[in-house]
Design a protein around this ligand. Structure first.
Ligand code: DC
Length: 228
């Protein structure tokens, strides 16, 4: 049975967050940012002085932390941590919970519960593959490593930071490798996904493409179930 979920997967820097959030708004659906869940576990662990290489301690953190998504904001133990989880120090350590199979099992279970409770646009690396293989609409948003590096350079410059493009590109390639080679929930293209490449496109143009895909997939399924 298909479920009313639109999944958006793809590599870091392809533009998933901004476009998925806008898509959810256009479709009037709830938005779930699953990267923020892994980031929140990293933040809780950091604040509580947990040893990041201790997988069972990280799993304990994931089990005990309360994570909620309210209008696309990330709430951890009652506190809005949407901005705190984007801090560079969290980006540096989030690979520990993201690579821990027991943490993934706990967060995947929570994501499924959220998706089964209400229609959703959900964004991550494994949403259309491991988490919601029965989602009605799956999108894989991609962009070339060079384009993603240029975008990152622009973001850093806007914050007054100067980093060589070459270094950013190498970091992106390394992150892609880690995301794709992970044994549990690796980044890969879901078989039945629509692939969109965001190179040279504005957020608006990408959201238009996503919206067309989502509306036609959701409509096809609505028609099929009416005729059954
Ligand atoms: O999309 P992001 O940068 O906020 O993701 C943070 C980290 O979590 C990144 O290392 C990828 C990982 N992640 C994951 O493993 N699975 C997901 N569903 C979402 C994010």
């Amino acid at each position: 049975m298909s479920i009313d979920v639109v999944t958006i997967d793809g590599p870091a820097g392809a533009g998933k967050s901004a476009t998925s959030r806008a898509l959810a708004e256009r479709l009037g659906l709830e938005f779930l940012n699953t990267g923020a869940m892994y980031r929140a576990v990293a933040l809780r662990a950091l604040r509580d002085g947990i040893e990041l290489t201790d997988e069972s301690a990280l799993a304990e953190v994931a089990r005990n932390v309360t994570l909620e998504s309210q209008s696309g904001r990330t709430i951890m133990d009652g506190e809005d941590v949407t901005d705190a989880v984007r801090a560079p120090e969290i980006s540096r350590i989030v690979r520990y919970p993201a690579n821990a199979p027991s943490v993934r099992a706990i967060l995947v279970e929570q994501q499924r519960r959220i998706g089964l409770a209400r229609p959703l646009v959900t964004e991550g690396r494994d949403q259309g593959t491991a988490v919601f293989p029965d989602a009605r609409c799956k999108i894989y948003l991609d962009a070339s490593p060079e384009e993603r590096a240029r975008r990152r350079l622009g973001e850093l410059r806007a914050r007054g930071e100067e980093t060589p493009l070459e270094l950013i590109l190498n970091q992106i390639l390394e992150r892609d490798r880690l995301d794709s080679e992970r044994e549990v929930g690796p980044l890969c293209v879901p078989q039945d996904a629509l692939r969109i490449n965001s190179d040279g496109k504005s957020i608006e143009q990408v959201v238009d493409e996503m919206e067309r895909a989502a509306r036609s997939r959701l409509a096809i399924f609505a028609l099929r179930s009416q005729n059954q």
